[in-house]
Design a protein. Structure first.
Length: 244
């Protein structure tokens, strides 16, 4: 039986287990994503984006750091209560020290990232909402990391999430994204099970090509330093949104 997004209790996302497995140090995959995205953000005017969105933010802070180089305001939109609580604590109080090396790498690769981690997170507002409820054309830039392919087992629903992602920016708006390649249903921590929709560069291109221009899709090989969830690498994307 296929699991869809609404079948899952996202309020119970295991934040502590997820962070322990993936984000307590900068893995080669993180460094590759940060390098790829930094090259894109360096092409944008510093602070030239009035408001951007992190589409399904989760507890991952480095996409917010990257966007801070170009964005005067960032909405971190997240449906899961546990992720919202973590983001709010990190941004409103003191972020975990484990994020400092991520910030250092973001700033090394793009000096327009604010000089302190707190400064890089200062433009962020945490928005507790389903990304599917976002109004069309509300943002100038949208960023998405490991969301659409990790929210469902159904490819049609994956494609719908991607179209919604594109629609959140106005035509001509910027898009930055990362996807796990061939991600099956997977576990975080000792027990919890979460949906996965296997995608690859060809399927990501198939979905985004009719919706965008200046589409660039690249591939990163699997990182052996991370838990093996059955994926085979990562797909990275940049594009400019057309009218959807």
């Amino acid at each position: 039986m296929t699991t869809h997004n609404d079948d899952v209790d996202w309020d119970r996302w295991p934040v502590a287990d997820y962070l322990a497995e993936h984000y307590r140090e900068v893995h080669p995959w993180d460094a590759a994503v940060i390098a790829h995205h930094s090259a894109y953000y360096r092409r944008l005017p510093p602070g030239g984006i009035a408001r951007s969105v992190e589409f399904g933010a989760g507890p991952n802070l480095y996409p917010l750091m990257l966007a801070s180089a170009a964005s005067r305001g960032i909405d971190a939109v997240e449906a899961g209560a546990s992720n919202v609580a973590y983001l709010t604590d990190q941004i409103c109080h003191r972020p975990d020290a484990s994020w400092l090396p991520f910030h250092a790498l973001c700033r090394e690769l793009n000096p327009e990232v604010p000089a302190t981690l707190a400064g890089a997170l200062a433009p962020v507002d945490v928005v507790h909402a389903d990304v599917r409820s976002l109004p069309p054309g509300a943002y100038e830039l949208a960023s998405m990391h490991f969301v659409a392919e990790g929210a469902t087992e159904d490819f049609a629903e994956f494609a719908d999430f991607c179209r919604t992602f594109v629609r959140t920016v106005r035509p001509g708006g910027r898009l930055v994204a990362a996807f796990m390649e061939n991600m099956p249903t997977y576990r975080i921590g000792p027990a919890s099970r979460w949906p996965g929709c296997p995608v690859n560069p060809a399927t990501v291109t198939e979905v985004f090509a009719p919706l965008t221009r200046e589409l660039d899709v690249t591939h990163i090989d699997m990182d052996p330093t991370l838990p093996d969830h059955g994926d085979s690498g990562m797909v990275l994307l940049t594009a400019v949104a057309e009218e959807v």
